[in-house]
Design a binder for this molecule. Structure first.
Ligand code: SF4
Length: 360
């Protein structure tokens, strides 16, 4: 990390929505940095605040608290030309390639839209040339410029969405679940295209996804969100191979292994029980306390700090605080999971015994 230039510095960012007089804390005091040229993955269950975080970072929502520093300047305080310039540098690829393209515009018009705003001196012939080049770069051809979105497949529409975001020559793109609405066969093609474009154009991505197996392949570093807060952040490999936070462990254990003879993913799966609290009324202490297999008394009283527990590995969990080493905290988790598995097994045995008795 030492030699990398920080492009975006998200500092204590919060975004609350007012719901019937109460604060819905969609993003709650989130901090992380994104380095130039990297892909930062943001993962978590649906509704955990990933999309709101991405949109607030780009200024599509006004932040309730905190800052988003882009090249050292807070984007929420930019005005006039500086604000317009940031809109050019920071682009967004939407989740739904069906809803995000105007059905009344041709593909060429959709891609060229941003050029009128950010390159007003460009003439018609130049615009056409840029559109054709972009179509080629995203794997379409110039004939597609005359078509309407309804004449394209889902994958082609997402390619148009990518071309539209590239038209204004951005340096940073928020890719918000860009493959989740697509057929599985097309998903890998779009991920490969994004990877290729990143290298070609030296782009920086914030890649939002709930699909952990896919985000693993594209992200350099990964942040895990739960109920509006970051609970873990590290290199992708570390998060996948050695997750520390109990919630991340449960998420990772649920990733299916594509091998019919491989049963260990089922055996080792951590089943989370308990209710997901409302972001309007989150627990006073750790937000994960209602579902955590390792919950302790302190977890109900005090919110854990987001601390660096290993080199560039941040976790928000009391297990890794209170003077414990990472190894000690992991040992506590392991023993607790074993104990829970034993309790489950005993319950199952009792159920089967009861069924047998009833049959007699
Ligand atoms: Fe579980 Fe406590 Fe850690 Fe929260 S702080 S994840 S409840 S052990």
């Amino acid at each position: 990390m030492e030699n990398k230039k920080v492009l975006l510095d998200v500092k204590n960012l919060s975004k609350y929505f007012n719901v019937k007089g109460q604060d819905l804390k969609a993003v709650d005091d989130v901090s992380f940095k994104i380095n130039e040229g990297e892909t930062f993955g943001l993962v978590g269950e649906s509704g955990c605040g990933k999309t709101t975080c991405g949109r607030t970072i780009l200024g599509m929502y006004k932040a309730t608290k905190g800052e988003v520093l882009y090249n050292g300047k807070d984007i929420h305080s930019l005005k006039g030309k500086e604000a317009l310039d940031f809109k050019k540098h920071g682009q967004y690829i939407f989740q739904d390639p069906y809803a995000s393209l105007d059905p009344r515009m041709t593909v060429g018009e959709i891609i060229a839209e941003g050029l009128y705003v950010h390159f007003p001196k460009m003439n018609e012939a130049e615009r056409k040339k840029v559109v054709n080049t972009l179509l080629d770069e995203v794997g379409l051809n110039k004939e597609h410029a005359l078509r309407y979105p309804h004449e394209l497949s889902g994958g082609q529409r997402q390619r148009v969405g990518i071309a539209r975001s590239l038209a204004v020559e951005p340096s940073f793109i928020v890719c918000d679940e860009p493959i989740s609405a697509l057929d599985v066969s097309v998903q890998a093609q779009i991920v490969n295209l994004l990877n290729h474009l990143q290298k070609e154009k030296k782009l920086t991505y914030l890649f939002i996804s709930h699909d952990l197996s896919m985000v693993k392949h594209i992200s350099d570093r990964l942040g895990v969100m739960y109920l509006g807060s970051l609970v873990e952040l590290a290199d992708s490999e570390k998060v996948y191979n050695k997750p520390l936070h109990p919630y991340t462990k449960a998420l990772m254990s649920a990733i299916p292994v594509p091998d019919p003879d491989h049963n260990s993913d089922i055996e080792n799966r951590i089943h989370l029980e308990g209710e997901v609290p409302s972001p309007i009324n989150a627990p006073k202490g750790c937000k994960f306390v209602t579902r955590c297999p390792n919950a302790m008394d302190i977890c109900r009283q005090k919110r854990p700090d987001f601390l660096e527990v290993e080199n560039d590995h941040f976790v928000s969990c009391h297990l890794f605080q209170e003077g414990r080493s990472v190894e000690e905290a992991e040992e506590i988790q392991r023993k607790q999971l074993e104990k829970n598995a034993q309790i489950k097994l005993e319950e199952e045995k009792k159920k089967i015994a009861k069924l047998k008795e009833n049959k007699k």
